[in-house]
Design a protein around this ligand. Structure first.
Ligand SMILES: *Cc1c(COP(=O)(O)O)cnc(C)c1O
Length: 406
């Protein structure tokens, strides 16, 4: 009987519409969290940043970039919070990321910027996600699927490569992609977009040059009878630096999460993520005693070493070994020895009164009995020779996200 039912069930499954396997990694849930290691996500700060960006964007519509699980903050909760705060559109990189948001009940338009749909173009349409197209192959594939599903013409955004040499139609190929769209009434050009290569450093000459190329592409499409309704290019840096880049729509990511693309650009932003853990072991060691794998650090004096349950598998980069810092009781302390997979040691010799279960902050602000301080994503990135984007997106799925409303 059981065998029969299983066979029947698998037949039914096989007959159902073929569903592509999409990646839905499960993150540790707050209720399952035994370890005190967690990321706190301050949704009030997120909405504050959204309003700051809205003011900066003036007449342009703010489409929030929630790729990579909302830069590690958890895209479902972030999307719900922003939708309630009045966000009118979301950008993701992957089709899977768009589907995840639709499954979570998000209704606002979602632009899939990565431009890769593999064999899952049907899923794109079924979930009413807006595709970005950058080549003729994608135009044909989407148009075929629209015809097959007999749906309304699908709005698409045409991506133009104006400097990155990464994704997008080269300026000399805009004609070809435009003509391909012209031949397929199943598609309608809603937008034209590009991405800035150097908005977060140096002068704005390259931004202006890229805008010029975007203008030319827009004119080409208009000449083919495909005038885009919206143009967009600005990431956080461009949005905060120059009104010229605003166009009709902007696509900020990092600034939403409270990180300035470079120092001094917008002091009003508030960090959204705070990563904290607690001291789980404490020991006194004599001078000369080594700490951690490979004995890369040795106590120069009798020292007090605290162990915290967070390591590189949680996103605390091994590059912070003997280099990074944490906050305990409101004071900065150095990470000593190599960061291991699950555990890291800090030298608390100079912090009086450290006890088991004391909070250790890896990222964000702490106010303690001995003072007040903050470790920013920019600072951590500087230790690593990296960028805050990577610091935020590295906090792994082992670390549960706790959402905080003000
Ligand atoms: C990530 C991304 C953005 C957002 O960039 P930030 O620097 O995080 O503001 C905008 N547009 C595209 C195409 C992106 O990939």
């Amino acid at each position: 009987m059981t065998v029969l039912r299983t066979a029947l069930e698998s037949r039914t499954t096989a007959l159902a519409t073929p569903m592509p396997r999409v990646l839905r990694p499960q993150r540790a849930m707050p209720a399952d969290a035994v370890r005190p290691t967690r990321a706190e996500v301050h949704l009030g700060h997120l909405r504050h940043n959204f309003q700051v960006l809205r003011r900066a964007a003036r007449h342009a519509e703010v489409w929030c970039v929630l790729k990579a699980d909302a830069y590690g903050h958890g895209s479902k909760a972030v999307a719900r919070s922003l939708e309630r705060a009045g966000a009118t559109g979301i950008c993701v990189a992957l089709l899977e990321e768009g589907i995840e948001l639709r499954d979570a009940g998000i209704r606002v338009p979602i632009l899939v910027m990565g431009g890769y749909y593999g064999g899952a173009t049907g899923e794109l349409l079924r979930h009413e996600l807006t595709p970005v197209v950058h080549d003729v192959t994608a135009v044909e594939a989407i148009a075929d699927e629209v015809r097959y599903q007999a749906t309304e013409p699908v709005p698409v955004h045409v991506k133009i490569d104006t400097a990155m040499s990464r994704l997008g139609a080269r300026p000399e190929h805009v004609d070809a992609i435009g003509e391909a769209i012209q031949r397929r009434p199943e598609l309608a050009v809603e937008g034209v977009m590009t991405h800035f290569a150097c908005a977060d450093g140096g002068d704005l000459e390259s931004v202006d040059h890229q805008l010029e190329l975007l203008d030319q592409a827009t004119a080409t499409l208009a000449r083919l009878g495909l005038p885009p309704r919206v143009r967009h290019a600005a990431n956080s840096a461009a949005l905060l630096r120059t009104d010229r880049a605003l166009l009709e729509r902007v696509r900020p990511g990092i600034a939403l999460y409270g990180v300035e693309p470079f120092p001094g650009l917008c002091a009003q932003l508030r960090p959204v993520m705070r990563v904290r853990t607690e001291v789980v072991a404490l020991r006194e060691i004599p001078a000369g005693q080594p700490v951690g794998y490979g004995a890369t650090w040795r106590a120069a004096r009798p020292s007090r070493i605290a162990t915290v349950p967070m390591g590189y598998a949680d996103g605390l980069s091994r590059g912070l070994s003997n280099r990074g810092q944490m906050l305990v009781r409101g004071r900065r302390v150095p990470i000593v020895g190599l960061v291991s997979m699950d555990l890291t040691m800090i030298d608390v010799t100079d912090v009086p009164g450290v006890a088991l279960r004391d909070e250790c902050v890896v990222l964000g602000h702490q106010k303690g009995p001995l003072g007040e301080d903050a470790i920013s994503a920019v600072e951590v990135a500087a230790h690593l020779g990296s960028i805050p984007w990577e610091v935020l997106t590295s906090v792994s799925r082992r670390v549960p996200r706790f959402y905080r409303e003000p």
